[in-house]
Write a protein that binds this ligand. Structure first.
Ligand code: NAD
Length: 309
């Protein structure tokens, strides 16, 4: 199949594009390289540098394509609080631009990387797709709005669409920006450099950490799923891990003595997140394969930034 991956030079996009190439597909990528790194990509991925709002570029990239994976986005919750307009332009506007181009060119299927963040603070766990979303940040609002655009435009123009609500993905190659770094690579770096692990709040907040290869499994399954599979499906580990437990796991993986430093004054976002995987199992035969301990060991083995001396 000819496939387009937007955000192809990103953490998840590159893992997906490389897997697609390995499985024999012809893969085009689009990325503006605002956060992506093209060196992550197999040379067989034909990467075009460009903006997801550039419809003429989308028209030409979509010629002959049967499935689009839409991953291009701005991805930081705290940054979205500072720059909500930018998040709206890229995450919502970019999705609408893509769906217009998909309609114009006549693509059959769009798989959208949404986020578990759309659930927000819910009373009940695990989080299932039937819950009314309560997005708590401009990032979460932008992913939810994009989900609605993907589904609605898809229904109106006869394109099969599926939005996967990915929970907290981690793995080798995950970006480690100087500010607002994701917790797993940040903890690994802090542990290996002999520093304290800096924990926001009291560390009792929980997240559902899902290994990158499991996310790619879910995306690949979505490409083949029945069109009736449903508009929105969770992709997570199904496990709820507190930040304290994560710190202990990082200690086990690195063999370092862990001394968390609690920043009780910092806000932590939602208190609990755990994906219900019932629909993913049923519709995609999705079953995560990598435990948190195994995933941390794989990062240490494969990611040169965390090589132990
Ligand atoms: P990432 O930042 O590594 O990848 C996003 C890519 O999009 C980057 O390569 C960036 O350069 C590109 N991009 C940004 N703006 C663009 C634009 N205007 N035009 C073209 N390309 C643009 O992030 P990621 O973690 O790989 O996330 C990929 C997707 O998965 C995103 O849509 C994100 O919302 C979603 N997601 C990620 C997670 C996670 O834990 N990593 C969880 C839920 C959902």
């Amino acid at each position: 199949m000819h496939i387009l991956v937007t955000g192809a030079a990103g953490f998840l996009g590159s893992a997906l594009a490389n897997r697609l190439v390995d499985e024999g597909h012809s893969v085009r990528g689009l990325d503006d390289l605002s956060a992506g790194d093209p060196t992550r990509l197999s040379p067989q991925v034909l990467l075009t540098r460009g903006d997801v709002n550039d419809r003429p570029k989308l028209w030409s990239l979509l010629q002959g394509v049967s499935c689009v994976f839409h991953l291009a986005a701005r991805v930081s919750v705290p940054e979205s609080v500072l720059f909500p307009r930018d998040y709206n332009t890229v995450n919502v506007g970019g999705t609408v631009s893509l769906m217009e181009a998909v309609r114009d060119v006549g693509v059959q299927r769009v798989i959208f990387a949404s986020s578990g963040a759309v659930y927000g603070e819910q009373g009940a766990q695990p989080l299932h797709e039937g819950l009314a979303p309560l997005p708590g940040s401009p990032y979460a609002v932008s992913k939810l709005a994009a989900e609605y655009y993907v589904r609605t435009i898809g229904q109106l123009v006869g394109v099969t669409t599926l939005s996967l609500r990915v929970f907290n993905a981690y793995g080798p190659g995950q970006p480690l920006p100087a500010v607002h770094a994701p917790v797993i690579p940040r903890f690994l770096q802090q542990a290996l450099s002999g520093g304290s692990l800096v924990v926001s709040g009291d560390g009792r907040q929980t997240r559902d950490y899902v290994y990158v290869d499991d996310v790619v499994d879910g995306l690949m399954a979505a490409m083949m799923a029945e069109p009736s599979a449903g508009g929105v499906i969770n992709i997570g580990s199904g496990q709820s891990t507190s930040v304290r437990q994560l710190a202990e796991a990082v200690g086990r993986a690195t063999g370092r003595k862990i001394e968390p430093l609690y920043r009780n004054t910092e806000t932590t976002g939602v208190s609990t997140m755990q994906a219900d995987l019932g629909l993913a199992q049923q519709a995609l035969r999705f079953a995560p394969r990598v435990s948190l301990d195994e995933g941390l060991a794989l990062i240490l083995a494969e990611d040169p930034r965390f090589r132990r001396d």
